[in-house]
Design a protein around this ligand. Structure first.
Ligand SMILES: Nc1ncnc2c1ncn2[C@@H]1O[C@H](COP(=O)(O)OP(=O)(O)OP(=O)(O)O)[C@@H](O)[C@H]1O
Ligand SMILES: NC(=O)c1ccc[n+]([C@@H]2O[C@H](COP(=O)(O)O)[C@@H](O)[C@H]2O)c1
Ligand SMILES: [Zn+2]
Length: 264
């Protein structure tokens, strides 16, 4: 399929990024290779959206630090950016609402691009196909890139945790947007999809990316190492490691080690 006829895709990763690790960045590269290898997609952008402070997860440091570290981590990438919208919301925002927000942004950018050639109102009329499903209706904008949620297999499996995700949100994510899921040790996304009627129904919208270089990098491990004054070098981009060191010095922290604001 020629480049022009491929569907443009924007990948959106939501999470704590507490702190961002090399594996978060690898996740984007793996997903892009996988989607482009199908011959159907061209991945044009990746967005990291750190969760807001309202998420109140134990040990979550302030969003401004998580954002700054994610920005430093992506400064050498020509396609992955960090977006602050979610982290600036006063309350925790459910992921489906974050996805909707970004889809609306992409559609608005698309309309801006089109506005010179076709009158806005007319374009709006011809540019939308209405997709309806359980209780809500959405408009898919022609020409707008497809937005897919990018996550690790642990997040996919968290769909099965009672009272954590609304069923309608899961439906909307997998039926309207699409999901790219990177395998992670301890998870079996194929089995999980096979056992869920909803996920099975929309299995063609769920792209499982197999990470062959299995590794167990996690922000939990990084925080633990930092608490113990152990090196986190090569688990995080150097710029992020340095940012933390500067932070400690800047705060006149009582600790003379590389221990940082990760207290839990
Ligand atoms: N090693 C990994 N392999 C696959 N996916 C990963 C990996 N590390 C993180 N992710 C994914 O990155 C996204 C953001 O995750 P998150 O910020 O929770 O990182 P984490 O390393 O899991 O942190 P924590 O240990 O604090 O939960 C999630 O979709 C998560 O599944
Ligand atoms: N119902 C929901 O929309 C829902 C539930 C749980 C987690 N999440 C999101 O999943 C991500 C999980 O991140 P952590 O693995 O760091 O907890 C966060 O972005 C969080 O907002 C969403
Ligand atoms: Zn996690």
């Amino acid at each position: 399929m020629e480049g022009q006829s491929r569907t443009k895709v924007v990948l959106l990763a939501c999470g704590s990024f507490n702190p961002v690790t090399n594996m978060h960045l690898r996740m984007f590269e793996l997903a892009r290779d996988h989607l482009e290898d199908t011959g159907q997609y061209r991945v044009v952008k990746g967005i990291i959206s750190p969760v807001g402070d309202g998420y109140k997860k134990k040990g979550l440091i302030e969003a401004c630090h998580r954002l700054e570290m994610a920005r430093l981590a992506t400064e050498n990438s020509d396609w992955i950016i960090v977006d602050s919208w979610e982290s600036l919301q006063p309350e925790w925002v459910e992921t489906n609402k974050v996805v909707r927000h970004h889809y609306d942004e992409l559609a608005a950018e698309q309309n801006d691009d089109d506005v010179d050639t076709v009158k806005y109102s007319k374009k709006r009329r011809i540019n939308k196909q209405v997709y309806c499903f359980e209780g809500s209706s959405h408009q898919k904008r022609r020409g707008c890139p497809q937005l897919m949620l990018l996550c690790g297999a642990d997040v996919l499996e968290s769909f099965g945790q009672p009272n954590l995700w609304k069923q309608e949100d899961i439906n909307e994510i997998v039926s309207f947007y699409g999901l790219v899921c990177v395998t992670r040790s301890g998870s079996d996304p194929h089995k999980f999809i096979q056992q869920s009627d909803t996920l099975w129904k929309y299995r063609r919208n769920i792209h499982i990316v197999h990470e062959w270089v299995t590794n167990e990098i996690s922000a939990t491990h990084v925080r633990r190492a930092l608490r113990r004054s152990q090196s986190v070098r090569y688990l995080l981009p150097d710029t992020v490691v340095h940012h933390q060191a500067e932070e400690v010095m800047g705060w006149g922290c009582e600790l003379k080690t590389n221990q940082t604001h990760f207290k839990n």
